[in-house]
Design a protein around this ligand. Structure first.
Ligand SMILES: Cc1cc2nc3c(=O)[nH]c(=O)nc-3n(C[C@H](O)[C@H](O)[C@H](O)COP(=O)(O)O)c2cc1C
Length: 279
């Protein structure tokens, strides 16, 4: 009974699902701390944050042990994953496959999310040529497909900083891989708009109110591509969704299948879930 309550806490708070990640195959320390000793900056006046974590984590095996040891979570789990920073080519693909293989064995894990949008790691793929970018993305989807199967269980988490050309590149490649089910829009932005981020640390990705407009703009691009091409993909939306009004605005555009949030939960607390559910 004592275990029952904490195990189901997330469910009773109102979550339908929990996304765990980003998981990398190997343990990784993340980026070094700034001269002020931090990797996260809060901007409470604008309900925004900047993080420069760079995917610190315990590695897939340890994460799987912890999740397994926790028992019944009461809600399904999505594993958000990416390759351990620094890996390239076949090593990168093997790293993704290792995480997929390990987490596939876990009860309650029924979906994966590939984080192709961390602004703090993995170099600047934004500069790659269209051909190279599509080739790399296709290789990653193909590698994951080999492990989790050719059924739509992989979400692709994208950046809110994409332009329409990159959106089309991603949609083109995704439509050739049956494993891709949804696009998650989106991650943090490298744009530190001074209206939201007073005194930018000069590194990291901004979230909360600072990313709301960008994330919504990219959501519209994906929605238009999906609908105009008649594709089966859904959307999961996140980025500054901290009120019922914002949630309504976001779910009204395109095939939205769910809302995720991180920064709003920190500023608003779990009461936000009740407010959104009531709406
Ligand atoms: C401290 C912090 C750490 C994050 N770490 C990850 C991560 O490891 N993987 C990931 O895909 N997104 C990560 N994100 C991005 C969030 O999941 C989310 O996509 C983004 O912050 C925009 O949504 P929000 O405004 O609701 O926070 C992180 C965000 C914050 C603030």
């Amino acid at each position: 009974m004592v275990r029952f309550l904490p195990n189901h806490l997330l469910k009773y708070l109102g979550f339908d699902r929990v996304v765990v990640g980003t998981v990398t195959a190997d343990p990784w320390e993340g980026n070094s701390k700034s001269k002020h000793g931090q990797r996260i900056w809060r901007y409470p006046a604008t309900k925004s944050m900047v993080n420069w974590l760079g995917l610190p984590g315990l590695g897939a095996e340890r994460v799987a042990d912890i999740l397994y040891g926790f028992g019944n979570h009461g809600v399904p789990i999505t594993i958000n994953f990416m390759s351990t920073p620094g890996k390239q080519g076949s090593e990168l693909l093997a790293d993704l496959q290792k995480t997929a293989r390990i987490t596939k064995e876990l009860p309650f894990v029924d979906a994966w999310q590939l984080n192709i949008s961390c602004p703090n790691t993995h170099g600047s793929s934004g500069q790659d040529s269209r051909r190279d970018y599509q080739k790399q993305l296709g290789a990653m989807f193909g590698a994951v497909e080999e492990v989790i199967g050719y059924v739509p269980r992989l979400e692709v988490k994208v950046s809110p900083d994409l332009d329409i050309k990159r959106v089309r590149d991603i949609v083109d490649v995704s439509s050739n891989h049956s494993v891709v089910s949804k696009f998650v829009i989106g991650n943090t932005t490298t744009e530190h708009d001074s209206d939201y981020i007073e005194f930018s640390p000069g590194v990291g990705g901004a979230s909360g109110d600072a990313v709301y407009n960008r994330s919504f703009a990219v959501q519209k691009m994906f929605a238009n591509e999906i609908e105009s091409r008649g594709l089966p993909h859904g959307l999961r939306v996140c980025g500054g969704i901290r009120s019922a009004q914002r949630a309504r605005q976001r779910v009204s555009y395109g095939p939205v299948k769910g809302i995720e949030f991180f920064t709003p939960l920190i500023y608003e607390g779990p009461k936000l879930l009740r407010e959104l559910r009531a709406a």
